[in-house]
Design a protein around this ligand. Sequence first.
Ligand code: 5GP
Ligand code: ZN
Length: 137
Amino acid sequence: MSDCIFCKIVAGEIPAAKVYEDQEVLAFLDITQVTPGHTLVIPKKHFRNLLDLDGQTSTAIFSKIPLIANQLKDKLGANGINLLNNSEEAAGQTVFHTHFHLLPRFDDQDGLAITFATNQPDFDELGRLSQLLQIGE
Ligand code: 5GP
Ligand code: ZN
């Protein structure tokens, strides 16, 4: 994709601060460091987002994410890691080349809050959704 900024990074046409690279996967620091060490893990091949990703590329990426996450944690002294993917505009995607954010976390000192509201579970609704969403083998 000639107009894709991440394809340009893969091709070496624009610079990036690389953390990991192999034949299929590239990881580099996000220019906006939401937390110190904020890293993007991408497939070298262009896919729009997670919804578009094929099995071989998914395997290549997810087999490397723990390695990269542990490197960030160990070298930066992080206390934890968030893995985040935004797919489509409704989910906040702004660069339309699949990428996974790895966000090192530093106890309560990094200013980032990712919270899930807690409410009373509706078990009837959970049952209905689970029926709807069944995927057979
Ligand atoms: P999204 O919102 O699509 O999940 O995330 C896109 C991310 O790409 C943003 O966090 C943004 O800071 C990052 N980004 C955009 N352009 C560049 C770039 O040219 N180089 C790097 N390293 N990161 C970029
Ligand atoms: Zn691309």
